[in-house]
Design a protein around this ligand. Structure first.
Ligand SMILES: CC(C)(COP(=O)(O)OP(=O)(O)OC[C@H]1O[C@@H](n2cnc3c(N)ncnc32)[C@H](O)[C@@H]1OP(=O)(O)O)[C@@H](O)C(=O)NCCC(=O)NCCS
Length: 178
């Protein structure tokens, strides 16, 4: 898989601009990644201060520059707020494979925003990046995440596990024939 995100793929949905993360997002990304509700089912290192949030943004920017991952901000067209994020990473060349990750601030949940972002990003992944398989790793009790995945035709993979994360389950969406 030969990706090139050096020109960042800005995408649009009805209500959202899906754009690159940048340092002007530091406060918003700090708020999102330290939010207790957002983190309820996510086992990850959270930023302790704005400087760590900036370091996270640098890391994400480098991932895209090295074509190792692509991470979009969900920005409201209406008020230009950062509502959440969605990304593809952990590419595996031989299998045309990527993992999807996503989060949205509780103030904006259950309004269909992630549905909108998913439609656009899945289309981008399968059509523009020619992926054949996208997987999601999610906590077994994460009802919202599981509903979102099932709505977008991801299929639960009972035989798959997420090494080191015993409470996670795996969902897969594959183009037919793979
Ligand atoms: C999972 C998450 C991204 C969903 O985003 P969202 O914008 O609220 O989702 P949407 O409003 O687009 O809804 C998507 C579907 O999921 C369902 N859904 C959303 N929240 C739900 C909830 N709390 N309980 C049950 N179903 C829910 C919706 O009903 C919808 O299906 P429908 O269109 O058939 O009604 C959001 O809850 C979130 O960010 N959670 C915290 C972070 C997280 O857990 N990320 C996943 C890590 S693997």
């Amino acid at each position: 898989m030969d990706f090139d995100f050096t020109t960042f793929p800005v995408l649009e949905t009805e209500r959202l601009t899906l754009r690159a993360l940048n340092l002007e997002d530091t406060k918003a990304i700090f708020g999102l990644r330290t939010n207790k509700e957002v983190n309820e089912f996510i086992d990850r290192r959270t930023p302790k201060n704005l400087s760590e949030a900036r370091a996270f943004i640098d890391l994400i920017t480098k991932l895209a520059a090295n074509n190792k991952g692509v991470f979009w901000v969900l920005e409201s067209k209406n008020n230009h707020q950062l509502l959440g994020t969605i990304g593809l990473r952990n590419f595996e060349d031989e299998e045309d494979y990527a993992e999807i990750g996503y989060e949205i601030h509780p103030d904006y949940q259950e309004r269909g925003y992630m549905n909108e972002a998913f439609e656009e990003i899945l289309q981008y992944g399968f059509k523009e990046m020619s992926l054949k398989t996208i997987e999601a790793f999610t906590h077994k009790n994460n009802t919202a995440s599981k509903a979102l995945l099932e709505k977008h035709a991801f299929v639960f993979q009972p035989e798959r596990t997420d090494e080191g994360f015993v409470n996670n389950i795996v969902y897969r969406l594959a183009v037919s024939g793979s």
